[in-house]
Design a protein around this ligand. Structure first.
Ligand code: MN
Length: 329
């Protein structure tokens, strides 16, 4: 996925300590991805008051049943990334992923695509013509400062660990949950899990108390932390929770994300995650100047297919304060 907003704002994310256990709802925004088909996705991260959850810094739900506008997932032409990992998690459809480190793979539901940009990578994502009705998630994980220059690489995981207990089944995408560890490579203490609750479920999910966590429902409803949560918004749960009590009368499917509160300042703009305005400008220039040392060409694509970078914002950027828990009113 590419952030195809025509005039993306630059976001500065400040480091933070955890707020303790809280339960705060952050609404999904319907974000236009541009292009002729007028595609919208539901975005729950970043939020003005919550730029990150752990190192998770971007969270899009495409093809959502609750989106009110045109929601067919777009084919995304070649575009660049720096400073992040992309996590692609489809529920329906098939995606052909091609990138500048030579990957050319089909991804199916239940399989994790994890692309680590390091200092720079380019990729494209196309829906196969015979399965165009895509529905799924795309998330980004910010790389910590000591990993922003790693060699770009791509992983596909077809066999992920599953935590099962009475009433619950959780696929561990990255990190570990209830003693089940994903093979996906992570650079910060983190967790991401696709959780399904059976009808009538009443379960307790163990959590890492040093992490902050959040939940987004994909289908059904779950009651958690005295909150009835349906599809759409992100429920931020704060830190210092040893476990989560979950109940669902009709069953539920949701994504759990979490991690150590991210202790570094970030500047996010378009498809780039950096540490400074200058770093973002340099990456944009390298893409616009077709610097193949940083962003090699992708086999099977022509240079004309490359998505041009949007114009940089004219205004000088101000830090975006994170405001959760008692800081929020
Ligand atoms: Mn992308």
């Amino acid at each position: 996925m590419s952030d195809l907003e025509e005039h993306p704002a630059e976001q500065l994310c400040e480091p933070t300590a955890g707020p303790g256990p809280v339960a705060e709802l952050f609404p999904a925004r319907e974000v236009p991805l541009g292009g002729v088909r007028g595609v919208f996705v539901e975005r729950v991260l970043p939020q003005r008051d919550l730029p990150t959850v752990g190192a998770w810094c971007f969270f899009d739900h495409f093809g959502s049943p609750t989106v009110t506008k045109t929601d067919a997932p777009p084919d995304i032409d070649p575009h660049p990334h720096i400073g992040l990992q992309t996590v692609t998690w489809p529920f329906t459809g098939q995606i052909r992923h091609r990138d500048s480190v030579g990957s050319d793979v089909e991804i199916h539901p239940g399989q994790l695509n994890l692309m680590t940009s390091g200092r720079g990578i380019a990729h494209s994502e196309y829906y196969s013509a015979d399965a165009p009705a895509g529905h799924g998630l795309q998330l980004w994980i910010a790389l910590p400062g000591n990993a922003t220059r790693v060699d770009p690489h791509f992983e596909q995981h077809r066999d992920l660990p599953v935590f099962r207990a009475d009433g619950i089944e959780a696929i561990v995408l990255i990190g570990s949950l209830a003693g089940h560890a994903s093979p996906a490579r992570a650079y910060t203490p983190i967790v991401g899990a696709d959780v399904r609750l059976e009808r009538g479920a009443a379960v307790t999910l163990p959590l890492e108390p040093g992490f902050e966590h959040a939940i987004m429902v994909i289908e059904g409803e779950v009651t958690v932390a005295d909150t009835e949560l349906a599809a759409g918004p992100l429920l931020y749960l704060g830190t210092e929770r040893n476990e989560l009590r979950l109940t669902s009368s009709g069953g539920a499917h949701f994504l759990l994300i979490g991690g150590e509160p991210f202790g570094e300042e970030l500047v996010m703009w378009w498809n780039f995650v950096g540490r400074s305005h200058e770093e973002i400008v340099a990456a944009r220039n390298d893409w616009e100047n077709h610097d193949v040392a940083r962003f090699p060409d992708i086999a099977g694509h022509t240079p004309e297919q490359r998505i041009p970078a949007p114009p940089l914002p004219a205004l000088h950027l101000k830090p975006r304060k994170r405001r959760v828990g008692s800081d929020r009113s």
